[in-house]
Design a protein around this ligand. Structure first.
Ligand code: NAD
Length: 419
C-alpha cells in the first residue's frame, strides 16, 4: 500500500506546472514568486459535539490563493486525506481555471479532515456551522465565495448560507454557489461540468475534422460529471461504447443508450451487467476503440501503461488530474488531442459564476439562458487555449497554463506591489 509520504505532493506538482508556464511566459522573478505563494492560509480548530455526547476537534483549512482578478472562489472538501498542501494545490488550480475561463474570480479552496461517510447528518451540520463561523470574517460575496467539492453538496451550502446570514443579521445567499435551487441556486448547475466538457469536445472535433454525429466515445467514472457528459454527447449524436465505475466496466461496440445506463446504475448501483454489454476492466474502457475517451473518475488513472494503449483521437479530462506527467508525454507523442482538466471541467465554475451574478442582481435566468452563456464562455476559453498552443507549438495543457497564469500575472503587474 502507498503511504502518505510516498504520494506525489500535489503542491509540488502545482509549483512545477507554474515553473514551466513561467518559463514560456518569461515571467519576472518577483511575479513568479508571488504566484508561488498563496495570499492567505487559514487553519482552524473545530470543536464539534458528537451524537454520543463527546466532543471532537476537527482541523479545517481555507486557502485564498489569489484575488488579483476578483473575489477568491473554490470548493470545500470533506475527506480524511485533506491536507494543507492539497488545499494549496487545489486553490492554485482554481486560480488558473477561473483565469482561463475569463471569469472575474481569483482562486481558493477549503477542506476539513474528517470522514463524512462515518458521521451523522447532525454531526456534519454542526461541523459545517462551526467551520463557517470560524472563517466568517474571511469569506463573503466580494471576498471569497465557497462551493461544494468532494463529499460536500447543496445541503452543506445551505447550512453555510444560514450560519453566515445569522452572523450578519440578514440573508446573504450569494456567499456560496452550488446552493439548492429554491435558495438561489442556478438552473443548469448540476449538469454544467458535463455540458461544458461536451462543448469543449465539439470544438476539439472541429480541430480534428471529425463529425461528432459519427463519433464513438467511452467514459471512465460514470458519476455526476461522467454520466451527464455521456447523456449530452449522445444528444449531440455521438455513440457511447464503453463506461466504468468503481465496481467495474462495460463495453458494447454496437452502442449503449446513455440514459438507460444511468437508470440502470441508479437501480443496481453500478454500470456492471448492463444488458447487451460485455464486462471490461477500467483499463479496457480507457483503451477501447473509440474516437473520444473521457476520464471522469479520480486523479492519476491514466498511467503510462494505460496511456500507451489509448486509441482515441481526443481525450476530454472531466476529472481533475487524471493524467500523470509521464503519460502526458506519451499522449502528446501519439498525436492525441488532449483537452486539459482546467479547461474541460471548467463548466462547473463558470455556472457557479453565473449563479453569483444572478444572486447579486436578484434575477433568475432560464436553463436555456444559462446553457447559452456557458457555451459562449467555454468555447471562448477553448479558442484562447488552442490559439496559444498553435502560436507557441505547445501541448494544450501547457497552453492552458500559459493563458491562466499569464492573465493573473498581468493583473498583478497592473495592480503593482503594495505599498
Ligand atoms: P462522482 O463521485 O459523482 O463520480 C465519480 C465516479 O467515478 C463514480 O461513478 C465512481 O464509481 C467512479 N470511480 C471511482 N473510482 C473509480 C475507479 N477506480 N475506476 C473507475 N471509476 C471509478 O464525482 P464527480 O462529481 O462526477 O467528479 C468526478 C471527477 O470530476 C473528479 O475528479 C472531480 O474533481 C471532477 N470534477 C467534477 C465537477 C463536478 O461539477 N461534479 C467539477 C469539476 C471537476
Amino acid at each position: 500500500m502507498q503511504s502518505d509520504s510516498d504520494k506525489p505532493n500535489a503542491f509540488s506538482n502545482a509549483l512545477e506546472q507554474l515553473r514551466i508556464a513561467a518559463e514560456y511566459l518569461k515571467l519576472e522573478d518577483g511575479i513568479h514568486q508571488m504566484l508561488a505563494h498563496p495570499k492567505r492560509e487559514i487553519t482552524v480548530s473545530l470543536p464539534v459535539r458528537m451524537d454520543g455526547g463527546d466532543t471532537r476537534v476537527f482541523t479545517g483549512y481555507r486557502v485564498q490563493y489569489s484575488d488579483a482578478r476578483g473575489p477568491c472562489k473554490g470548493g470545500i472538501r470533506y475527506h480524511p486525506n485533506v491536507s494543507l498542501d492539497e488545499v494549496k494545490a487545489l486553490a492554485a488550480w482554481m486560480t488558473w481555471k477561473c483565469s482561463i475561463a475569463d471569469i472575474p474570480f481569483g482562486g481558493a479552496k477549503g477542506g476539513i479532515i474528517c470522514d463524512p461517510k462515518h458521521m451523522s447528518m447532525g454531526e456534519q451540520e454542526r461541523m459545517t456551522r462551526r467551520y463557517t463561523a470560524a472563517i466568517a470574517d474571511f469569506i463573503g460575496p466580494y471576498r471569497d465565495v465557497p462551493a461544494p467539492d468532494v463529499y460536500t453538496n447543496a445541503q452543506v451550502m445551505a447550512w453555510i448560507v444560514d450560519t453566515y446570514s445569522a452572523l450578519k443579521g440578514y440573508m446573504v445567499p450569494e456567499v456560496v454557489t452550488g446552493k439548492p435551487v429554491p435558495l438561489g441556486g442556478s438552473l443548469g448547475r448540476d449538469k454544467a461540468t458535463g455540458r461544458g466538457a461536451v462543448f469543449c469536445t465539439i470544438e476539439a472535433a472541429k480541430v480534428k475534422n471529425m463529425d461528432l454525429k459519427k463519433t464513438t466515445f467511452a467514459v471512465e467514472g460514470f458519476g455526476n460529471a461522467g454520466s451527464n457528459y455521456a447523456e449530452i454527447m449522445q444528444s449531440n449524436g455521438a455513440t457511447l461504447v464503453g463506461a466504468s465505475d468503481s465496481k467495474g466496466g462495460v463495453i458494447d461496440k454496437k452502442g449503449m443508450d446513455a440514459s438507460k445506463l444511468i437508470a440502470y446504475k441508479e437501480k443496481t448501483g453500478s454500470v456492471v451487467g448492463f444488458p447487451g454489454s460485455q464486462p471490461a476492466t477500467d483499463k479496457e474502457v480507457l483503451q477501447v476503440e473509440a474516437d473520444v475517451v473521457c476520464p471522469a473518475a479520480l486523479e492519476n488513472t491514466i498511467t503510462p501503461d494505460v496511456a500507451k494503449g489509448i486509441r482515441a483521437k481526443i481525450i476530454t479530462e472531466c476529472a481533475n488530474g487524471p493524467t500523470t506527467p509521464e503519460s502526458d508525454k506519451i499522449i502528446d507523442g501519439n498525436g492525441i488531442f488532449l483537452i486539459p482538466d482546467v479547461l474541460a471541467n471548467s463548466g462547473g465554475v463558470i455556472v457557479s459564476y453565473l449563479e453569483w451574478v444572478q444572486n447579486l442582481d436578484r434575477v433568475r435566468w432560464t436553463e436555456e439562458e444559462v446553457n447559452s452563456k456557458l457555451e459562449q464562455k467555454i468555447t471562448g476559453a477553448f479558442g484562447d487555449v488552442h490559439s496559444t498552443s498553435q502560436k507557441n507549438g505547445t501541448s494544450m495543457r501547457t497552453a492552458a497554463l500559459m493563458v491562466g497564469v499569464g492573465r493573473v500575472a498581468d493583473a498583478i503587474r497592473t495592480l503593482g506591489v503594495f505599498p
